[in-house]
Design a binder for this molecule. Structure first.
Ligand code: NAP
Ligand code: GCO
Length: 264
């Protein structure tokens, strides 16, 4: 019997106050996991707790900046006291800054890499020892199309997400013998606050050029929605994927397979 159940499991989803992280946490809860999540904003946290409760999910929320190792360790200690040892870690928290590379400040570049790459290292490093003791663990890193492709203005993000793909493979290599599976999910273009600037209608009411571009590059001919990530994250968090390790599962409507629609 294929086992997708997460009953009895504890899951931490970073940056899950809204967007993709919220949908993935909801999916893990619906599969039986107890949910912990974090973000930086008290306002976001309080709204998220209400949103989870409205779905019948008693999530535990924490204010924690994932780039701060001391705060991450304290949060994980609190989670272990309140919920138990973390069985499933989803490194989801992330930002993007869209600036032409030669105009981007070093500080901006460093901030994107700090949140999108260094933080998954920090949080994974903090949870792996307990996973080893427990005899199992699942780590799921949220990568991107930009783990494979570049485009104008996203140099820091692409560098970080490309690095996150290789960090995923290295954790899989180094800790697979402890029954820890580390995989990635690479969402395509998903309609969340992070991509809202790319979808804003033009002053004349026409679609944003990037919106039209993505539709032409996606065989599914639509933007993804956070709900499209729910099944993939349950699969990678469950025993159904115990022999899947070091894999990046692209959930992109086919973008990576497609040259793009010929202009009419
Ligand atoms: P989003 O809507 O901007 O949400 C990002 C979340 O991360 C928020 O909850 C934010 O909460 C939190 N966060 C940001 N920096 C943080 C930090 N330093 N410490 C703790 N929490 C932090 O983004 P999204 O679109 O849902 O994307 C989620 C993940 O998927 C990101 O890693 C993103 O790169 C990736 N992704 C997105 C897409 C897409 O098309 N949307 C596609 C591929 C990959 P606070 O601001 O309150 O901290
Ligand atoms: C961008 C977008 C992308 C998406 C996602 C695609 O500006 O190109 O924000 O980076 O967020 O990462 O997979």
């Amino acid at each position: 019997m294929i086992n997708f159940s997460l009953e009895g499991k504890v899951a931490l989803v970073t940056g899950a106050a809204y967007g993709i992280g919220f949908a993935m946490a909801q999916a893990l809860a619906e599969a039986g996991a107890r949910i912990a999540f974090n973000c930086r904003s008290k306002e976001h946290l309080e709204k998220a707790l209400a949103d989870y409760a409205a779905l019948g999910i008693q999530a535990k929320g924490y204010i924690c900046d994932v780039t701060r190792e001391d705060k991450v360790k304290a949060m994980i200690a609190d989670i272990e006291k309140e919920l138990g040892i973390i069985d499933i870690l989803v490194n989801n928290a992330g930002i993007i800054k869209r600036i032409p590379m030669i105009e981007m400040s070093v500080e901006d570049f460093r901030q994107v890499v700090d949140i999108d790459l260094n933080a998954p290292f920090i949080v994974s490093k903090a949870v792996i020892p307990s996973m080893i003791k427990k005899g199992h663990g699942k780590i799921i890193n949220i990568c991107s199309m930009m783990s494979e492709l570049g485009r104008e203005t996203v140099s820091a993000y692409a560098a970080a997400k490309g690095g996150l793909k290789m960090l995923t493979r290295n954790i899989a290599s180094e800790y697979g013998e402890y029954n820890i599976q580390c995989n990635g999910i690479g969402p395509g273009y998903i309609a969340t606050p992070q991509t809202a600037p790319l979808r804003e209608p033009q002053a004349n009411g026409s679609r944003h050029p990037f919106d039209s571009f993505i539709i032409s590059k996606t065989p599914a001919a639509r933007w993804g929605v956070p709900e499209d990530l729910m099944g993939p994250v349950v699969f990678l968090a469950s025993d159904a994927s115990n022999f899947v390790n070091g894999h990046i599962l692209y959930v992109d409507g086919g973008i990576l397979a497609y040259i793009g629609k010929q202009p009419s």
